[in-house]
Design a protein around this ligand. Structure first.
Ligand code: KG4
Ligand code: ZN
Length: 334
């Protein structure tokens, strides 16, 4: 079985081919980051247009590089949501057109399921049940993956996503969009103990997150500071975020008894977060896996792989396929 994966939910255009026998054959991603540095964030209209300009060219390149013809494809798995509607519709149109013209089975995919399953894309497959800490620009959730296709959200953010907090703090520190990787780079030369930024919602051991107060504290702290203090601010901010993420995941382990962990999504590319989670896992007899760096941020390989898993385990298919900006995990079938 060969699966074509299509991802266009935000500002990355991704295409991938995944085979049952060989695993990931190849994936290509075009990031639109350069288009948005001057605006400090994604402009949906520009994102949609750029997907539309690039997507067929990337598909042609994938076909040419791999020597796999469109007629060899058995299944098309595309991101139907959640995401920016204009961006989603571009991927969906390509997916539906190919599916109709070539008579290939079509699978609308939830982007979050791609992130949750991403670590299984390489090396050994990570079998459920496990807990997934999903940390990206749009989401911060702890999800219990009970089985393939059976996910329960145990806790999530009540305001900003943690990647969003990184990006907003990046802006406050005059760093270019997206701030996440730049804040963590700046933090390397800073003192993470200098400022004690708030850790929200920690008392009740609940699994909800809140990052907007933290962002406001950083804003106030900056009033009295100079640019030479910024590395300390970045390091102390990052410390607060990672402290909360690690401890909350620890609470989820206590509450569920599940000892297998996965951390994925764009923020899972953060080196210190990976170090801390690995440290916690080693101390508490847990097992933790991450996708490799290139599969933390948005890509089509994880969508193709998640589509392959849905087909392999014969999971229920969505009755109607249409792009949806909001699509909470767990509410998968209309
Ligand atoms: O998963 P992703 O590519 O897109 C969404 O689905 O949101 O995640 C992008 C997010 C951005 O907020 C970016 O700043 C953050 O991931 N990010 C990081 C790092 N690399 C990417 N945040 C902290 N540290 C990093 N090293
Ligand atoms: Zn994502």
């Amino acid at each position: 079985m060969i699966v074509l994966g299509i991802e266009s939910s935000c500002d990355e255009t991704g295409l991938a081919l995944y085979s049952e026998e060989k695993g990931l054959i190849k994936h290509l991603v075009n990031s639109q980051i350069d288009l948005f540095t001057e605006y400090g964030g994604v402009i949906p209209e520009i994102a949609a247009r750029d997907h539309s300009v690039k997507i067929v060219r990337i598909l042609e390149e994938l076909i040419e590089d791999t020597g796999i013809g469109l007629n060899d494809i058995d299944l098309i798995a595309y991101t139907a949501g959640p995401g920016l509607i204009g961006s989603l519709v571009v991927g969906e149109t390509v997916a539906k057109t190919l599916s109709t013209l070539l008579d290939i089975e079509l699978l609308p995919m939830n982007h979050l399921e791609g992130h949750i399953l991403a670590p299984g894309l390489e090396e050994e497959v990570i079998e459920p049940p496990y807990l997934c800490l999903l940390v990206s620009g749009g989401h911060t959730q702890i999800i219990e993956c009970k089985n393939y296709g059976d996910y329960q959200i145990l806790g999530e953010t009540i305001d900003d996503a943690c990647g969003e907090a990184f990006d907003k703090v990046g802006k406050l520190l005059n760093l270019e969009y997206p701030g996440g990787p730049k804040v963590s780079k700046l933090a390397e030369s800073g003192d993470s103990q200098r400022f004690s930024f708030p850790r929200a919602l920690m008392k009740e051991k609940n699994l909800s997150f809140s990052f907007s107060g933290l962002k406001t504290s950083v804003l106030y702290a900056l009033n009295d500071l100079k640019e030479e203090d910024y590395p300390d601010v970045a390091a102390s901010f990052q410390e607060a975020v990672i402290d909360v993420l690690t401890k909350k995941l620890g609470f989820a382990v206590e509450q569920t008894g599940i000892k297998k962990l996965v951390c994925s999504g764009g923020v899972a590319a953060n080196k210190l977060l990976r170090e801390r989670l690995t440290e916690m896992a080693n101390q508490s007899g847990l097992e933790v896996s991450y996708p490799s760096m290139e599969f933390c941020t948005d890509n089509a390989a994880m969508i193709a792989y998640a589509g392959f898993i849905r087909k392999k385990y014969n999971l229920k298919k969505y009755s109607t396929a249409y792009a949806r900006p909001r699509w909470p995990l767990g509410e998968l079938y209309d």
